[in-house]
Structures are given as C-alpha cells and as structure tokens.
Ligand binder design. Structure first.
Ligand SMILES: Nc1ncnc2c1ncn2[C@@H]1O[C@H](COP(=O)(O)OP(=O)(O)OP(=O)(O)O)[C@@H](O)[C@H]1O
Ligand SMILES: [Mg+2]
Length: 472
C-alpha cells in the first residue's frame, strides 16, 4: 500500500496539473495562440513560451508542496507503520516521540495503547501460565469437553491415570476415547442434564489393582449464561478407601480378638459358678484357663495401647544415647526363658561401641518383639544370629533365625496390624499379630526402616536400619 506522503504528492500533482492546464487555457486567451492571422512561427514561439512557463510553475509548486507535505505526511506514515506493527502483535514497538518531528498527540496516544496492550498481554500470559501450572499440578485428573462434545483439554494426571497421550484425547468424543463405562456414563449424564454429577468409581488397573476415583462432572456456563461445555475432575481416593478398609478391618479384628478370651473367661467362670467349682481339680484347671485368657487380654490391650500411642500425632521419643550391643543383651535377657524352653541359642556379632541417638525402651521393645518371633517361629535347638554393623551414618541390625520361614507372597502384608501367616499357630503361641506392626511404627518413629527376607523351611532375617543421629 502506498504511503500517505506519496498519495498526497500524487494528489497535488494531479491538482496542479488541472489548475495549470486551466490557467494555461485562460492565459491562452490573452495570447494569439490560435489566431490565424498571426504567423505560425510566432504562434509556436508563444506556445513554447507558455508551456515552459507552466512546466516551471508546475515544478516549482510541486517542490514547495512536496516540502510542506513532507513535514506533515512523513510522521503520519511513520505512525501508521508503527500502528500496523502493534496491530500485528508487536506490543514492544514505540514511536520515538523524543524526535520533535514525531511528537504529536496521535503518536502519544498510540504509544499509550501499545503500553496498555503490552501490559494486558503480559498479564494474560502470566494468567495463562498460572492456569496451566495449576491445571498440571492440581493432583487430580482434569478433562474438559467443548460444546460439541469433543475433548479440548486434558491434564498430565488424567493422561497418566488412564495411559493416554494428549493426541489421543484432544478432539475426541467420550465414546472415541474409551473411558471406563462408569465415567463415560457420568459424562453423558452431565451432557444430557446440564447438571452437576458426582460418583465414586472403581477402576480395575492393568496390574490387577483396584483404583478408586471420585469423579465430578459439571457443566461450564459462560458469564452470559451460555453453555460452553463440561468439565470433569477425577480425584484418586484409593488411599482413603484403603484406610477406611483398614479401619473397618481393625475394628473387626479388635472385636474378634477381644471376644475370644472374653467368651472363654465368661464361659469357664459361669461353669464354675454353676457348681463345677466344688471339684477342686476342675476349679484349678478352669482358673488356670481363665488366668491364661486374661493374660492374653492384658497383652492385647497393652499392645493396642503401644500401637495407638505410636500412631498418635505428637508421639514423642525420649531421645538419648543408646549403646546398641548392651541394649540387645538386655533384650535377650527378657526372652531368655523362652529361648531356654526351646533349647535355642542366640549369638551376637558386632562392635560394642556403636552408639545411636534413640529411645532405649522403645528400641528394646523392637528387639524383644523380633526376638520373640524368632523364637516362636523356630524349631527347637536352632540358633538366632544377631549382627550389628555400622554403615555410613546408620546402624544395621539383623536378626536371623533358622525357623519355619515365611512365604514370599505373605511378606508385603507382614507388618499390617493383626496379620498372621498361620492364625492358629500364632494364637497358640499367644500372639495377637500386633508385634511387627509395633516394630514398624517404632522404627519409623526413629526415622529408620525395617525389611524382611525369608525362605520357607530355611529361616527369616529381619533387618533394621537406624540413623546414628535423629534429625531435629
Ligand atoms: N521370624 C519369623 N519367622 C516366621 N514367621 C514369622 C516370623 N516373625 C513373624 N512371623 C509371622 O508374621 C506374623 C506376624 O508377626 P507379629 O509379630 O506381628 O504377630 P504375632 O507374633 O503373631 O503376635 P504378637 O503380636 O504377639 O507378636 C506371625 O503371626 C508369623 O506368622
Ligand atoms: Mg510376634
């Protein structure tokens, strides 16, 4: 497109040409240009003279006009150029108003518009970035559909949960994506009813685990009340559901564990009161059973209290230096009776000097629980080997037995409350299934870890790792 300046010059040239031609015709009247009585050579002379004068006048007036117009048109051209640049999105461009030639209200106004647009664009970019970060880091799966029912946005969590890539989602309909039936159904319901729907959905993952999702679908309504599509937010509540299951199991387990000894105590004492106590032998036998069962109750309640104490927020350890080897020797003294009864041996390897920061009585409880297990689940005349070793900034304690061992498939659940591999056997040995749960909690309270390796018929090894220093 031609500039303002060149268009003005062109317009002036045309105007001057018309004016001068007119002037030429008028002046022609005063000169005998067309008079037949005047000699042709004289007339030609007049013609040449007149045309020369007009051309000079045209050129002079064009030079003056061009100079004058340049002064006004050039800035307009420059401002127009800048305005086009701004319109194309280059908000950083400015008109140099320091140059007096360009300093005008129009230039200042355009610069102000550019500044506002730049601010708005920066603000919009920041908002977009913020929204994108929010969508990507919200921890829930997000999927939005446009008015026509095609996906227009999916975040990383959604892609990861369902194993889709962005290309497989954007532009597709619910049916084309192939979402689990419950979720697809909810999305269709939101589309049809234009109302909020919420549902808990169970999804079977490829690895066989169940994932629980809270799916929330809502219509997206614009500020003018027009329907823009729908939004679906999916929140993984598997952990919550599992916790709830654990809680229910725990209550059921506690009730069950309490009921057995209580039923027994109640039954035997009633039988005694009904007359059986007259027989001194039966009396003694029943009283022994009642004592054994009440001891079970006592142990169970004690373990439950330890466990609930360790799980409660605000549980604190009495941190002081703990000499590992002497602490293990003390724990061995506590289980010595059991050890002797089974004619078993316990050997301790490792330095006497390893000292850690910890709660001695809790660590002792950890050791007693592990040693009791090693004894309970081992055959007679076997040996338990305890090894203490310092590795970098932590101490490793291993308790290895030559016992019955644990099946590989049982290992992941071993540290759960009330979990017992062989219920009958464990109950016979007075076990409640809380020992290892307590071990895990107390070790973790010391910022340590506990792991187990076991082979059926060969033995088990429980390894505890504890840091030398407790973080503040
Ligand atoms: N050293 C071991 N060898 C073989 N099995 C073991 C060993 N330690 C634990 N187990 C298995 O793990 C289960 C859970 O152990 P845990 O110590 O938590 O409970 P428990 O010994 O049954 O009862 P308690 O609460 O009295 O300790 C046991 O029932 C047992 O089947
Ligand atoms: Mg035990």
């Amino acid at each position: 497109m031609k500039g303002f300046y060149s268009r003005l010059v062109m317009a002036c040239a045309i105007l001057f040409s018309i004016l001068l031609t007119g002037l030429g015709i008028v002046l022609g009247q005063f000169f005998p240009l067309f008079a037949d009585d005047i000699e042709l050579t004289v007339r030609v002379k007049y013609w040449i003279f007149l045309i020369t004068i007009l051309i000079i006048a045209f050129l002079l007036s064009m030079i003056i006009a061009a100079k004058m117009m340049r002064q006004y048109a050039k800035p307009v051209d420059e401002i127009t150029k800048k305005a086009i640049q701004i319109a194309k999105g280059d908000y950083f461009t400015r008109i140099q108003t320091e140059d007096p030639e360009y300093d005008s209200e129009l230039a200042n106004a355009i610069n102000t518009i550019a500044v506002s647009l730049q601010e708005m664009s920066t603000h919009q970019t920041t908002e977009q970035e913020r929204l994108k970060t929010l969508i990507e880091s919200m921890g829930s799966g997000l999927l939005t559909f446009g008015r026509q029912g095609f996906v227009n946005l999916a975040n990383g969590v959604f892609e990861k949960t369902f194993g889709f890539s962005k290309d497989e989602l954007v532009g597709k309909t619910v049916k084309e994506i192939g979402l689990p039936a419950d979720i697809a159904h909810l999305i269709e319901e939101v589309f049809m009813t234009e109302k909020v729907h919420e549902k808990q959905v169970r999804i079977q993952s490829d690895s066989g685990y169940s994932i629980y999702m809270n799916v929330y679908g809502a219509p997206v309504i614009g500020i003018h009340g027009n329907w823009l599509g729908i939004i679906v937010v999916m929140h993984d509540i598997t952990k919550l559901i599992r916790l709830e299951e654990v809680r229910k199991d725990f209550v059921a387990n506690v009730s069950h564990e309490l009921r057995t000894p209580v039923t027994s105590i109640k039954g035997f004492s009633e039988t005694l009161l009904d007359g059986a106590m007259d027989d001194p032998e039966i009396l003694k036998e029943f009283l022994q059973i009642i004592q054994k069962e009440s001891e079970r109750l006592h142990v169970l309640i004690k373990d439950l209290l330890v466990l609930s104490g360790a799980e409660r927020e605000g549980f604190s350890l009495q941190i002081a230096p703990v000499h590992i080897k002497p602490m293990i020797d003390e724990a061995l003294k506590i289980v010595l009776g059991k050890l002797k009864r089974k004619e078993m041996k316990a050997v301790v390897h490792g330095s006497d000097d390893i000292v850690i920061q910890g709660d001695e009585s809790r660590l002792m409880q950890v050791m007693v629980n592990l040693l009791t297990n090693a004894i309970s689940y081992s055959r007679e005349l076997t040996t338990i080997t305890i090894t203490i070793e310092q590795v970098d900034t932590s101490v490793l304690i291993s308790i290895k037995d030559q016992g019955i061992g644990i099946k590989q498939s049982e290992l992941p659940r071993l540290f759960e409350r009330f979990y017992r591999v062989d219920r009958a056997r464990s109950r016979d040995s007075g076990g409640t299934g809380l020992g290892l749960a307590i071990v895990k909690h107390l070790v973790e309270a010391h910022h340590g870890t506990v792991e187990v390796e076991s082979t059926i018929g060969v033995g088990s090894e429980f390894r505890i790792q504890l840091p030398l220093q407790q973080p503040h």
